[in-house]
Design a binder for this molecule. Structure first.
Ligand code: XMP
Length: 328
């Protein structure tokens, strides 16, 4: 094992602002030494890990960091806007925003097999990123939001982490991985100390293929929109009703079939929205929280009246196992 990938036993757990500041100062220094006056590239998804890495690098080297935010069209409502606002507008980051929605949705059209969808999304993401990298001159470094569990899981062969070995060989970068010895809770403490908004620091887990695996079967723009809008309503209502930060992960799914209903006094034939909410420690097993029935009724009312093409709402009561958290 690479010794730089081993967390020293004496390393203190970062649990407060003072420890976070100490870590930030040390990393800023280390980054400056490693990078000098050269440029660093970062794929900035807006997730906790890449956002914290971006904020650290901006503090260390400012606009020598080039962030690329690829919008694959499968992000949640408001996410690309938030990345632009926080990093470009507030932190003055050197940010390249690529709206690749049409490319991704074009490739995904008619593809219904979940693993095939994942593969297409992952592969195309690397392609778009590599194309942007090729347009830039003189970039030697690639920053990544690798965290300690990624290293541990890669070492054990549990999963080949997407941050490890995912890029084509012609992109011969030296890696900058400032949070690779941190656990997730420490990354959040550091993110908070760096001034990132709570919505980013305490963001619930969101899969790389995004809403793509929640628009089950072959993705269409209309159904994807129904996923995005219903997800936004669910998040808004959970936040308003004190469930944000209490329930581990919650989202909606729109399956590829319709059922009969009544809208405006007429027969309707539209999609259902499925609400999935889970509590877990490590995502290996999960339980379903007892969400107040009145809130579920209110969310149902909002979704069927506000989301186009939807006439029914269901709450998934299945723990993991037997159900996985995502539906695909
Ligand atoms: P499952 O569905 O396997 O999900 O019970 C466990 C956790 O992993 C997330 N998940 C993914 N994350 N790429 C990711 O980055 C994926 O393809 C993927 N699939 C599931 C899921 O959201 C949950 O938190």
């Amino acid at each position: 094992m690479d010794p730089s990938n081993v967390r020293p036993s004496e390393m203190e757990r970062i649990v407060n602002d003072a420890l976070a500041e100490k870590f930030i100062d040390a990393q800023v220094q280390a980054i400056k030494e490693q990078v000098g006056d050269r440029k660093v590239l970062l794929a900035l998804s807006g997730g906790v890990d890449s956002s914290v890495v971006a904020a650290l690098l901006i503090k260390a080297i400012g606009r020598q960091l080039v962030c690329v935010h690829v919008n694959h069209g499968l992000l949640r409502k408001g996410e690309p806007e938030q990345v632009i606002k926080v990093f470009r507008d507030e932190m003055n980051a050197n940010l390249i925003y690529v709206d690749a929605t049409d490319r991704f949705l074009g490739l995904l059209a008619g593809v219904s097999e979940p693993e095939r969808k994942r593969h297409i999304i992952g592969e195309e993401f690397i392609k778009v990123f590599a194309e942007e990298a090729a347009k830039l001159e003189g970039i030697r470094f690639l920053a990544q939001g690798t965290i300690y569990p990624d290293i541990l899981e890669s070492e054990k062969g549990i999963k080949a982490h997407h941050n490890v070995g995912g890029l084509p060989p012609e992109l011969d970068f030296e890696l900058v991985e400032p949070v690779k010895l941190l656990f997730k809770d420490e990354v959040r403490v550091v993110g908070k100390a760096l001034g990132l908004p709570d919505a980013m620091v305490y963001r619930q887990p969101f899969p790389g293929p995004g809403l793509g695996v929640r628009c089950t079967g072959a993705i269409t723009r209309e159904r994807l929109e129904a996923v995005r809008e219903s997800d936004a309503i669910l998040r808004e209502e959970f936040a308003k009703n004190g469930l944000e930060g209490k329930v581990w992960q919650y989202f909606t799914i729109v399956p590829d079939y319709k059922s009969t209903g009544i809208k405006d006094g007429k027969r309707s034939f539209e999609w259902p929205v499925i609400i999935r909410a889970v509590n877990t420690r490590d995502a290996m097993t999960a339980s379903v929280p007892d969400v107040p029935f009145a809130l579920l009724e209110h969310i149902t009312e909002r979704i069927v009246s506000e989301v186009k093409g939807v006439n029914r709402v269901l709450y998934d009561l299945t723990p993991k196992p037997t159900g996985t958290i995502e539906w695909e």
